[in-house]
Write a protein that binds this ligand. Structure first.
Ligand code: AAL
Length: 420
C-alpha cells in the first residue's frame, strides 16, 4: 500500500495554510514597522484607514508634493476707493479674471448708496438691506493684477419689474464662441425680506468692455417647491467642459440657523440656456463661494466656507463627483481666480496661480458694513512649483488667533465655572 501519510500531511498542512491565509485575507505577514522612507505608492502591507487614505484619496502622500494642495498669500489692491470706509461704497464677489486686449479684466458687485446697509426692516428704495442690495455690476482692468483701474458700470439695475431691478450681484464671466456673457444674481426684492432669494440672469456683449445687453429672462431657475435650491441660486460660475457650459452655483437650504450650504451644477449647450440641472445635485456638500477650474481631465474646486468639507480643495474626474484632494487653511473668500483655460474645453487643465477675492465687513463695524477686493496667490498649477505656497506648517501671528477671541457669553460661562 502506497505510503499515504506524506501526501495526507502535505494536504493537511496546505489546508491549514490556506485557512490562515484566507483568515488574514492573503495578507503577507507584517515583518517590520511602516518604512522610514515614505513609499511613493501604497505599500503592500496592512494599513490603517488613515494611512490607506494617504494613498487612495490624495495625489501624493505629502501635501508639499501634491499639485492640488496650496497655502495662500494675500495682497491688498491699489486703485479702488472706498469712501474712507464709511460703508457707502462696497466691492465684493469678484468674477473669474480673464485676459483680453493685453490686460486683465474682473467684474464684481459694486454698491454705492447714500448710507450703509441697515437690514431688511429699515431698507427702502435708497437704504440697502444688505451689502449686496441696491447694487450694480462694475468692472476694472489691470496690467499686473495688483494695481487696478475701475472702468465703469457693466450691468446697471434694470427697470422694475425686470429680474434684477432691486439688485444685480455676484457676477461671473463666460467667453463662448467669441462672445462674452455675464451671469449674476437678479433680486426682485431686498435681500433679507424673506431670505437671500434670487434666480440667476445674464447679459451678453461682443467685447469685455461692453456694451452689455440684458437677456431679460431667468437663465438658471430656482428649484421646485420643497427642493434644496428652491429659493437661492447664488454664485453662478461657468466653465466650458465636455463641449458644454458647466455652470456651478451655490444654494443654502434648510431653515436657518440649521441650514447647509451646498453647490449644484446646471449644464447647457448655449450660454443663455436652457440649463438642465444635474440629477445628482448638490454636487458639493459644502462651500459658500467656491471657485472651480479645469485640472487634468477633470474639474477642481476651492471649497471655501461652510460645511463639513470647508477649507478643502476638491477634484472631480468627471466634473460632477467631487472628492477631497487636500485640506488647507485661510482659503480666499469668494475667490475669482485667473483661469487661463476656463473656456478652452480642455482635457489637460493646467490649474491656477492667482485671482481676486474679498473681505467683508472690512471696518469690523456692522454700522458701516462694506467689503473690499484683494488678491490671492497660490500654487494649484501643474506649471509652477513654489514651495513657499506649499506650506502646511503655516504659522500665523498670534494677532490672527487673538482676533477670534471669546465673546461675553463665553467669558461669563468661564468665570462662573466652579473650581473642580
Ligand atoms: C455672497 C454670495 C451671494 C450671496 C451674498 C451675495 O457671499 O454667496 O452674493 O447672495 O453673499
Amino acid at each position: 500500500m502506497t505510503n499515504l501519510r506524506i501526501p495526507v500531511a502535505l494536504i493537511l498542512t496546505g489546508t491549514i495554510l490556506i485557512a490562515i491565509s484566507a483568515c488574514t485575507g492573503n495578507r503577507p505577514k507584517v515583518t517590520a514597522g511602516f518604512p522610514w522612507d515614505i513609499p511613493a505608492t501604497q505599500p503592500d502591507r496592512p494599513l490603517s484607514k488613515a494611512m490607506e487614505r494617504l494613498y487612495t484619496d490624495y495625489l501624493t502622500p505629502r501635501p508639499e508634493d501634491n499639485e492640488l494642495f496650496s497655502s495662500f498669500a494675500y495682497t491688498p489692491l491699489a486703485g479702488f476707493d472706498y469712501h474712507d470706509g464709511d460703508g457707502t461704497v462696497s466691492r465684493r464677489d469678484p468674477s473669474k479674471v480673464i485676459f483680453e486686449n493685453g490686460k486683465y479684466y474682473v467684474w464684481y458687485t459694486k454698491r454705492h448708496t447714500p448710507v450703509p446697509p441697515r437690514g431688511a426692516a429699515l431698507s427702502n428704495d435708497t437704504i440697502p438691506s444688505t451689502d449686496w442690495d441696491l447694487c450694480e455690476i462694475w468692472y476694472a482692468t489691470s496690467k499686473d493684477g495688483l494695481s487696478w483701474k475701475e472702468q465703469r458700470v457693466a450691468v446697471p439695475r434694470p427697470p422694475k419689474p425686470e429680474v434684477g431691478w432691486r439688485s444685480v450681484s455676484t457676477p461671473d464671466i463666460l467667453k463662448f464662441k467669441d462672445k462674452y456673457y455675464l451671469y449674476y444674481q437678479g433680486f426682485v426684492e431686498a435681500s433679507g425680506k424673506k431670505g437671500d432669494h434670487c434666480p440667476v440672469t445674464a447679459s451678453y456683449a461682443d467685447s469685455p468692455d461692453g456694451p452689455w445687453t440684458p437677456c431679460r429672462k431667468i437663465v438658471v431657475e430656482n428649484g421646485a417647491a420643497g427642493t434644496w435650491d428652491q429659493f437661492s441660486i447664488h454664485d453662478p460660475y461657468p466653465l466650458v467642459y465636455q463641449g458644454k457650459i458647466y455652470l456651478y452655483y451655490k444654494a443654502a437650504f434648510g431653515d436657518r440657523p440649521a441650514y447647509l450650504v451646498a453647490n449644484g451644477l446646471a449644464i447647457a449647450d448655449h450660454p443663455l440656456g436652457p440649463f438642465a440641472k444635474h440629477p445628482l445635485n448638490p454636487v458639493l456638500n459644502s462651500g459658500h463661494e467656491t471657485a472651480y477650474f479645469p485640472f487634468g481631465t477633470g474639474i477642481a474646486t476651492l471649497t471655501i466656507r461652510n460645511g463639513n468639507e470647508s477649507n478643502t480643495i476638491q477634484y472631480a474626474p468627471d466634473g460632477v463627483n467631487f472628492g477631497i484632494a487636500s485640506v488647507s487653511a485661510l482659503l480666499p473668500i469668494a475667490a475669482g481666480p485667473y483661469v487661463p483655460d476656463a473656456f478652452a474645453d480642455t482635457r489637460d487643465g493646467r490649474g491656477i496661480t492667482w485671482g481676486l477675492c474679498h473681505f467683508t465687513n472690512r471696518g469690523h463695524d456692522w454700522t458701516r458694513d462694506y467689503s473690499v477686493l484683494a488678491r490671492f496667490d497660490c500654487d494649484l498649477s501643474r506649471d509652477l512649483h513654489d514651495p513657499d505656497l506649499k506650506q502646511t506648517q503655516t504659522n500665523f501671528s498670534p494677532e490672527v488667533y487673538f482676533s477670534k477671541g471669546l465673546n461675553k457669553r463665553q467669558l461669563d460661562r468661564i468665570r462662573a465655572q466652579k473650581v473642580p
